[in-house]
Design a protein around this ligand. Sequence first.
Ligand code: ADP
Ligand code: MG
Length: 698
Amino acid sequence: MATLPIVQYEEKILETVEANPVVVVIGETGSGKSTQLSQMLLRRGFSKIAVTQPRRVAAVTVARRVAQELDVRLGEEVGYAIRFEDRTSPTTRIKYLTDGVLLRESLANPELNEYDVIILDEAHERSLNTDILMGLMKRLVKLRSSNLKVLITSATLDGDKVSKFFADCPVLSIPGKLYPVEILYSKERPPNYLESCLKTALDIHTREPEGDILIFMTGQDDIEKLVSKLEDKVRALEEGSCMDAIIFPLHGSLPPELQVRVFSPPPPNCRRIIVATNIAETSLTVDGVVYVIDSGYVKQRQYNPSSGMYSLDVVQISKVQANQRAGRAGRTRPGKCYRLYPSRLFQDEFLDVTVPEIQRSSLAGSVLYLKSLDLPDIDILKFDFLDPPSSESLQDALKQLYLIDAIDENGAITSIGRKMAELPLEPSLSRTLIEANNYGCITEALTVAAMLSAETALLPGQRQSKIEKKRKHPMPNLPDGSGLGDHIQLLQIYECWDRNDYDIGWCKDNGLQVRGMLFVRDVRKQLSQIMQKIAKGPLDIRAHGNGDEFRRDYRNLRKALCVGYANQLAERKMHHNGYRTLNFQAQVVQVHPSSVLTADDLGKFPDYVVYHELVATPKPFMRNVCSVDMRWTTTVMNKLKTLDVYKLSGGINHAEEESERSLPDLPKKDVQVAGAVNDSESRIQAARERFLARKANK
Ligand code: ADP
Ligand code: MG
């Protein structure tokens, strides 16, 4: 441990930090940035150090490791905080936290006075939240020049660019001790990358000298498939023909006790094969790796602001990523990296660097956050970003926020928006909670929000496809949402558990993950506390299912959802079970097959629904859908009609801009928006008539 490269530079690092408010530290992955820098600063006498991580797993794992190195109990001197889980105490002096949690802390305490050092770690990941933090830090070091130190650390970051951003701050490069890595390219892309990974791993295992193998895959699903295939194949090898092997998965949704296994030393004469997502690229370092198999792919979530749609795409990695992956093979001795793609492809097609998250995310949450900071010198559209997002995605965010009443027509944050920003939820769910508190259904809304926030941890079976099947055909005793949709089903499941006194056996009997359900219960409690603070008084909380009048059809809850999901509303196409979204760019979408929303006796789906998410997988689907009533949509329809995105942007002088409005480069979209609105107006009218006609028939 004493030989970690960064430790040899302790004096130099501390001197530079003493002399400068901001320092960029660049060092090879595994050189000790995440685990050692904080300890050095503590030794030097700094009193409280925050270290941000873009990934939850990294925050937890690194904190655990540092606590171990310092021989203290996790949660005392060394702790961590991730969304919905705070393991720190008043004695905590080194705090690992996700970048999102630090942003949230700065809402309550804009100057972050608690800390005298803030380390933005893994900055090369360019996560949306770290990018925003960089902008905020720039401001904060001016405000707190005498008593705040900021360190930005990264494995591969373009140091000069960050240095320029922070008024030419010093960049310390820690020379890494990297052994040569031989790169072996495939002749062509394999038709099946999973099979190709399998074959390459077995070849290495049976032919190459000792040393662990690290395989980069795209996601949990493929990882599990490969792990199980590898296990079969290794078991089938003739005994004594080669050394033993153990196989580990490594990804973000692995339960903590399985995550730590990969860090414990392997038994003698045994090769480890680690099958990982890009989490092992730079966030976590496993010692002993000599062989790397690089599939060349990564799974990336992308948001398209012109359609409001998310897609989870498997995309080619960037050159920087490929080189990071290769580097993992040369940490302890010379290694080999097997790239399952030709060198021509790497040279000609791979992007040089990864596209920062800020340029491929929905910005509604971030824009609301920045607006709620209320800083006089922060204008959203001019916020100082290392790489600015497109104006299209900023406008998309503003429109969304306007529709859910978080900002007014001039772009100013509203009191509702302020409350929403305090909730660690997506804007749609925050808005739903606030509305639900007015409708006497906060008890139910809290449950829905908590269930949706923990959804992936809820249902058994690791694979998405299995989860989806379970959802559609829940265990026979689980409720089905009464035909009203997925939100209602999630609520009903939790209510059942509540009626069974939160019995763990009940979860098991019904095929629900105990850990997930306990997490939901905890999240629900935390949300309820925040809501009480926001509502400045006790909430109208009653026991679950306590016979209020709306229960028959969950009317009030669905009404609250309709307000929260104002931007996620869809209308059934006439004579069809397809839907058309009613936001700015009308899209034709389907209810996801996993949904429990059902058609009526005539085979007809509800006329109006809200959805939690639009996914392109690859057809456009609405995931987590709930039926709503047309009459509840009037307010938002009117807002859509009057929306003026120029005013929303705020800070723009209308008179001055007026002449520009006819210029061709101003969003053509708005022309379409106007069209869509008129169109939706007539559609509303038609729907209203249908509705009245049906009502008269009854
Ligand atoms: P960096 O942040 O520069 O990539 P880290 O500080 O995360 O490096 O890790 C430094 C070294 O500490 C790694 O090379 C690894 O050997 C060791 N290490 C880190 N975390 C753990 C852990 N949880 N268990 C065992 N060793 C660890
Ligand atoms: Mg690190």
